[in-house]
Design a binder for this molecule. Structure first.
Ligand code: GLN
Length: 244
């Protein structure tokens, strides 16, 4: 562990009143894997959510991070370059040491232990996924998702050539479902979403991830809560969605 013991986060809103006082501590920096995809969008939302955030362009930059986001984009390209240039080896090691990692869309594909098809994966999270399960770019849509860990208000789920989770290990919490399929999952400090939170104005998922990052930095034990799932609203027709 590289952090000194005093490097603790401020208590989360849910912390019990009787817990010992913690010193306010800086939020560790979060990286966004900068090989390809929606990198700057994630950086903007992480910064708006109060974190220092920057693009990871060289594998060595992974050593100093408190957390990492694998953005949406093209998982085959990110996988090929990430495995070839030493990123994946370090990401795997750091994630196994407890660094929080959040994969969005293509990032979810890369985190999956199993894929219907073959391409380089990390693979860290006990899910099986099918790529492009909701169709092509023109089939993109936005749907209001129930994500109970974020509160009652529906979360705007932007699905662009999104993967679907076809099965989950027992240790995986399903945070949200859409049309009966898991679209947001968590296993320990690994988080994966089929959709694109970085293309919305809603900061709740970025804040949720940053809480995992500060908990990891302060050595807080992982909660063992059963997965809660929501069904979500009727999808809205597709607007204009970026292509990565
Ligand atoms: N279909 C892409 C892939 O599997 C993911 C698309 C996205 O990230 N929007 O790589």
């Amino acid at each position: 562990m590289t952090h000194p013991p005093s490097w603790e986060s401020s208590p989360s809103p849910g912390a019990s009143a009787g817990s010992p006082r913690r010193a306010a501590a800086p939020q560790p920096a979060v990286g966004v894997l900068g090989i390809q995809g929606a990198v700057s969008e994630h950086i903007q939302l992480l910064r708006k959510s109060g974190s220092e955030a920057f693009a990871i362009r060289r594998a060595e930059q992974l050593h100093a991070l408190g957390g990492l986001v694998l953005p949406g984009g093209e998982s085959t390209a990110i996988g090929l370059l990430g495995s070839r240039h030493g990123f994946f080896e370090i990401i795997s090691r750091r994630a196994k040491e407890g660094m929080p990692v959040w994969g969005t869309c293509a990032g979810m594909v890369l985190l999956a232990r199993e894929l219907e098809g073959q391409q380089p994966l990390l693979p860290l999270l006990s899910i099986r996924v099918r790529r492009n399960a909701y169709g092509r770019q023109r089939d993109s849509f936005e749907a209001g998702l129930e994500i109970p860990v974020l509160g009652e208000a529906l979360y705007p789920g932007v699905f662009i050539r999104a993967p679907v989770v076809t099965s989950c290990g027992q240790e995986v919490q399903v945070l949200a479902r859409w049309a009966g399929r898991a679209v947001a999952v968590q296993e320990g400090r690994l988080l994966a979403t089929s959709f694109h939170p970085e293309l919305t104005e809603d900061l709740r998922l970025h804040r949720y991830f940053l809480q995992l990052v500060s908990d990891a930095a302060s050595g807080k034990a992982l909660p063992s809560q059963p997965g809660q799932t929501g069904k979500g609203s009727v999808p809205r027709p597709a607007g204009r969605f970026p292509a990565f």
